[in-house]
Design a binder for this molecule. Structure first.
Ligand SMILES: [Zn+2]
Ligand SMILES: [Zn+2]
Length: 308
């Protein structure tokens, strides 16, 4: 599982940063990509990666500000010509998204050759998506803006080969069969497979924020708690906490202080304002610990399967 930044900028693109889009690469797990937000130019960013649009079957939109959605109609229209024919796609997002995309495609005469479904998200919901449990949480922004929390299903524990041998089952194709079923029979006795498995391996948890002020409610913090990766906006990188609050955005140290109450493996700050140049970013990045970093376009983060 990998997380790829397609755009790490806030508001308007710069020469080095496109506005916000991300890819959750779960090709190894389920041969798909989840696209989170679709800024203008997202198709072009995708062309610089190994992402195949046909393998994007689910798009998650955090909120309806232009810097997060202006690339969506173009992406959908092009996908029809990029191997996406007949491969269904579902778009998750706040109310109004379906209307806007539908109208844009209609007026521009774009016809999709695959089925498209829309799921209108709301606060504190849970959606089953390709075995993942995806939770939503309403954030604090000038329009309804959501966090998506992607929970990977846990994996079965390893087969206890010693135990299997002790009942007379030697290694072979039968082991795979046993792992794939709830019970198995041997020598006239039926066994529960679970008695021959090690402890399950927990799934990974990735919490991706739309634009927001720093959120401190206990319900929110407990939802983010235990994340393998948190992606948070950081429109303000240093010392403008009040300003960030006034403009419904966040400041980096304020976010870190807030999350000192919870457990997580890594935090990625993104949605970076154009006001900061490379030197600023380098200097600020150095002040962060190992568990925090600042995004740049095309940054790839591998998310290993380790329990906290
Ligand atoms: Zn934004
Ligand atoms: Zn916004």
């Amino acid at each position: 599982m990998k997380f790829t930044v397609l755009g790490s900028g806030a508001g308007i693109p710069s020469r080095t940063r496109n506005t916000q889009s991300y890819i959750l690469d779960i090709v190894e797990e389920i041969n798909q990509y989840f696209l989170i937000d679709a800024a203008e130019g997202v198709q072009h960013r995708i062309l610089h990666t190994s992402v195949r649009p046909a393998k994007v079957r689910h798009v998650f939109i955090t909120h309806l500000h232009g810097d997060h959605i202006y690339g969506l109609p173009g992406f959908l229209a092009s996908r029809a010509h990029q191997g996406g024919e007949d491969i269904p796609l579902t778009v998750y997002g706040p109310p109004g998204l379906k209307e806007w995309v539908g109208l844009t495609l209609k007026i521009s005469g774009s016809h999709l050759n695959y089925p498209i479904h829309y799921v209108e998200v709301s606060h504190n919901m849970r959606y089953e998506v390709e075995g993942f449990s995806v939770e939503t949480y309403l954030l604090d922004h000038t329009v309804d803006s959501y966090m998506y929390v992607f929970n990977e299903p846990e994996k079965l524990g390893k087969l206890d080969t010693g135990k299997l041998k002790s009942i007379g089952i030697e290694p072979g194709p039968l082991y795979k069969e046993i792992k794939g079923s709830e019970t198995f029979s041997h020598g006239g006795i039926t066994y529960a497979t679970s008695d021959f498995l090690g402890s399950p391996v927990p799934g990974r948890k990735i919490s991706i924020h739309g634009d927001t002020r720093v959120m401190t409610s206990p319900g929110y913090l407990s939802l983010v708690d235990g994340s393998d990766l948190i992606v948070h906006e950081a429109t303000y990188l240093e010392g403008e906490i009040e300003k960030a609050h006034i403009y419904f955005h966040s400041e980096i140290q304020n976010v870190l202080q807030n999350f000192s109450q919870i457990d997580y493996r890594k935090i990625l700050f993104s949605h970076i304002s154009n006001r900061y140049d490379d030197d600023d970013i380098r200097r600020i990045r150095e002040t962060l610990g190992n568990h925090a970093t600042i995004a740049h376009d095309y940054l790839e983060i591998t998310i290993p399967r380790i329990s906290l």
